[in-house]
Design a protein around this ligand. Structure first.
Ligand SMILES: *Cc1c(COP(=O)(O)O)cnc(C)c1O
Length: 380
């Protein structure tokens, strides 16, 4: 699904020398590489504060702790996403409220979201799924109207831009009160282990978050709040320092591959290609609204699982993100949920398939992959 070996060969000299430097200096934790990365990412995103941490799941958890959410507060998020989002809500003894998504963008449905608001609702977690921002015009308006926090789960969206209806263009992860991201190796900006970060423009919240990641300490050995231990290590920061300047190029390569995939599938009655909706139709040439963390098709009137098996037999990796709606997962199932409220997620889990997506895909590979998908569907 991803070609990290191929990508490493192109940045090997720099990564190796940065890592060697950290070994020589023995600055493994909170070394200069971490501070350098933090500053570079703040500049790239145009956000006031980046707080590095150990992984994306921690980033979400710490963001919620920093906002002071309390037991029983309801937090609304998408039913169709990776479990980390709902996991941290539940871990903090907040009440997760899962809602349906939109069929074309796979992102949280603002109408379902607003319908789920109760007097206990305190926050919304839009997930920028597969690399495209959720409908932030609508979500921010709903949040303002109901006085709710917005926590962006930007683990799949780093580098994407969102164009608001008024034409204003901003980076994903800078629109809500706070955002969380992951540097897991397969993410668009991935390190060589685990890593994550929290972003915010709020000075007070940033201060609170910096203490929480470090055992609730604001002054050495004074523990003012219950915190956690969540650090980005210097070796991971060194890898990220080498890759951050290449992120836009990497994302452009992903878009290029997506455009070629979509061109090959165009007009096929049983294949729905991903749609970009942030004020551009289709995958336009200069579009930067989608960073294609995943390139995900909907397969209609065909056997998706048999297609996945066929592709694997032909040596083509593929992924099903995600095969089970969160509201049907054992850990998160709840009598409160009504099946009638999840028509889209319940359908998507049967239809979606994600094709290989990374920075090293060439035309020959894309032709082989698209040929195999079409061949299966046309002969099935
Ligand atoms: C990867 C991911 C996370 C979690 O990140 P980790 O670094 O693996 O903890 C959270 N949310 C979404 C949507 C993700 O894709």
């Amino acid at each position: 699904m991803v070609d990290l070996k191929g990508q490493y060969q192109t940045i090997k000299t720099q990564v190796n020398s940065s890592i060697s430097q950290i070994l020589e200096d023995a600055t493994f934790v909170n070394g200069p590489a971490v501070k350098e990365f933090q500053t570079a990412l703040e500049a790239y995103l145009g956000v006031k504060h980046v707080i590095p941490c150990a992984n994306g799941t921690d980033a979400l958890q710490i963001a919620m702790m920093g906002l002071g959410l309390e037991q029983g507060d309801e937090v609304i998020t998408a039913d169709f996403t990776f479990a980390a989002t709902v996991e941290v809500i539940a871990l903090l003894k907040l009440t997760p409220v899962l809602v349906d998504v939109e069929p074309d963008t796979f992102n949280i449905d603002p109408v379902a979201l607003e319908n789920a608001i109760t007097p206990k609702t305190k926050a919304i977690v839009p997930v920028h799924l597969y690399g495209q921002c959720a409908n932030m015009d609508a979500i921010l308006a709903i949040a303002e109207k109901h006085n709710l926090y917005v926590i962006e789960d930007n683990a799949q969206g780093i580098g994407a831009k969102h164009t608001f209806k008024d034409g204003n263009k901003v980076m994903s992860g800078t629109m809500g009160h706070v955002a969380a991201t992951s540097f897991f190796p397969s993410k668009n900006l991935g390190c060589y282990g685990d890593g994550g970060a929290i972003f915010t423009n709020d000075d007070d919240l940033a201060h609170t978050l910096r203490g929480i990641v470090n055992h609730g300490m604001y002054e050495r050995y004074h523990h003012d709040v219950v915190g956690v231990n969540s650090r980005l290590d210097s070796i991971q920061a060194a890898v990220l320092n080498a890759k951050l300047p290449l992120l836009d190029t990497y994302n452009a390569k992903r878009r290029e591959a997506a455009r070629k995939y979509s061109k090959a599938f165009a007009g096929h009655p049983n294949i729905l290609v991903p749609k970009t909706v942030n004020n551009c139709e289709g995958i336009c040439d200069n579009c930067d609204c989608h960073v294609f963390h995943q390139y995900t098709l909907r397969i209609l009137n065909s056997d998706r699982d048999a297609l996945a098996k066929y592709l694997n037999e032909k040596g083509i990796p593929c992924g099903i993100y995600y095969p089970i709606p969160l509201h049907l997962q054992k850990a998160y199932a709840d009598a409160r949920y009504d099946e009638a409220n999840f028509p889209v997620t319940n359908q998507l889990v049967k239809e979606v398939i994600s094709l290989p997506m990374h920075t090293e895909l060439d035309d020959e590979q894309i032709a082989y992959i698209t040929g195999a998908v079409i061949e299966f569907i046309d002969t099935e």
